[in-house]
Design a protein. Structure first.
Length: 181
């Protein structure tokens, strides 16, 4: 069934349509939630809460993006809310001290490094760097969007991305030369 038809049925509180829409998107959205919340149960809880919120706010879905993209943003925001609720300690940044000139094309890594090693290295970053790196690289958000999502300045987003990138390169360099973590 097409998403638009299912969405219209869901707006009328059709439980079968809600279940079908849930089944269509739950696996992919669980993967998204798992990128942010390492605990499978927490990712599952975030997913359930995101779907509940999506069904409650379905009248706000205008169709200017795909339903999947709209739902993904809700899932990510729910995960970030959970991270914030855990009283994530974020290193404060003095915006005036460091201004990063972004070179977005300098993410090259050695040929010997596998994608699994890259994902593991990203997961090993400190929380504030990891979240910004994932939002930027994996989800494709720009610094303005990241700043709005996380409630930080664009400069802080750039700085966290830059510092995360440096830590990643350092970690991956050790892997490339066989010195391990």
């Amino acid at each position: 069934m097409a998403d638009s038809f299912l969405i219209e049925k869901c707006k009328q509180n059709d439980r079968k349509a809600q279940l079908e829409l849930y089944r269509k998107y739950c696996d992919g959205m669980f993967i998204v939630a798992s990128r942010y919340l390492k605990d499978g149960a927490a990712a599952e809880d975030a997913l359930q809460e995101a779907f509940i919120k999506a069904f409650q706010k379905l009248d706000q879905f205008k169709g200017d993006v795909t339903f999947g993209a709209w739902l993904k943003r809700i899932v990510i925001n729910k995960c970030l809310d959970i991270i914030k609720a855990r009283k994530m300690e974020v290193q404060s940044l003095d915006d005036g001290v460091l201004h990063i000139a972004e070179g977005e094309g300098d993410w090259d890594i050695g040929e010997q490094v596998t994608m699994d090693e890259v994902y593991h290295a990203i997961d090993s970053l400190p929380e504030n760097y990891r979240v910004v790196v994932k939002l930027f690289l994996m989800e494709g958000y720009d610094h303005q969007e990241i700043s709005e999502i996380l409630g930080i300045t664009e400069s802080a987003s750039r700085t966290n991305l830059h510092r995360g990138k440096l830590k990643l390169k350092q970690t991956l360099k050790h892997l490339e030369y066989g010195t391990g973590y």
